[in-house]
Design a protein around this ligand. Sequence first.
Ligand code: EPU
Length: 338
Amino acid sequence: MKSPKIQQRVSLKHYNTFGIDARAKEFVSVESVDQLKQLLALDKEKFFLGGGSNMLLTRNVDALVVHLNLKGKEVVSEDEDQVVVKAMAGENWHEFVLWTLGRDFGGIENLSLIPGNVGTAPIQNIGAYGVELKDVFVSCQAIHIKTGEERTFSLGDCQFGYRDSIFKNEAKGLYVITAVTFALSKKDHRLNTSYGAIEKEIAARDIKEPTIQDVSNAVIAIRQSKLPDPKELGNSGSFFKNPVISIADFKKLQKKHPLIPHYILNQEKVKVPAGWLIEQAGFKGKRFGDAGVHTKQALVLVNYGDASGKEIWELAQRIQREVKKRFDIAIEAEVNIL
Ligand code: EPU
């Protein structure tokens, strides 16, 4: 087995979608599970990096940064109706979605164009337009960072919730995910077009019987109209999670702001869009140096070029304080802050 080369003092600017120019003390890219195991055995502090699409680097990383570049996707099994596919952690998420669409496998078309890699998708249970990763997830393979032991996490093991999983809680920092397995449909695809924006987009295209490709195209168009492309403008998608508040608090809020968009979760809880709260607090489209709030979606913080991670984090905290002051709601970062 070829040993991967460890480099010294490497800029991570091209390894995080915010485009933050933080430095790794040491850096290595691994292309196989065996290489990964070899590195895990080294007595060094390690930091694991996937697509870098859900993190904000506020400092240099004083560790060995291990870039997970494991590639490969395959059909594991299939019958007439369903196919089970496995993708390695370093596969780009959207390229994987396109690969499934190219074979007419249904289930992840609503998750088109989400930045990041396959291996990090389960950590925050990526979701968009009425579909979450958990809806198609079968299992994932992971390696314990300290012991090197391989383990398979089933759907139940992962304890998925809204932008949440075991990997953000009791298993946080303990495992590296190496591959993910999904169950997708081969025919009679169950389309999820109930999200208003998708319905509108499909109607505007005059499509009567949408296919999974049509849904994907609609999602791509909606995302492109609202969300900045990290290749053009550094960002990490939604910076904050949508807060969940009690019905009682929501009723008070609705009295003051009758037009507040909301989503009733159950008899006790309501989810409120953080983007709306941030826009009402006056931050949409604001720019402070090179750190800013996106002009078309207030939930997204952007790096106009040379913002440091610290500057973005300061802006995020300023937004949190203002939203708390105006609405008495604490909004939490969705992105991992380092
Ligand atoms: N809104 C505003 N102002 C804004 C942004 C949103 O008033 O600047 C209002 C909209 O008018 C709408 C509501 O907020 O009434 C919801 O907006 P949108 O449909 O854009 O969705 P979101 O709640 O802001 C969530 C996810 C996105 C995902 C979309 C679509 C979170 C934290 N974000 O955003 O996920 O694409 O729904 O499903 O749950 C991501 O995680 O990186 C991401 C982009």
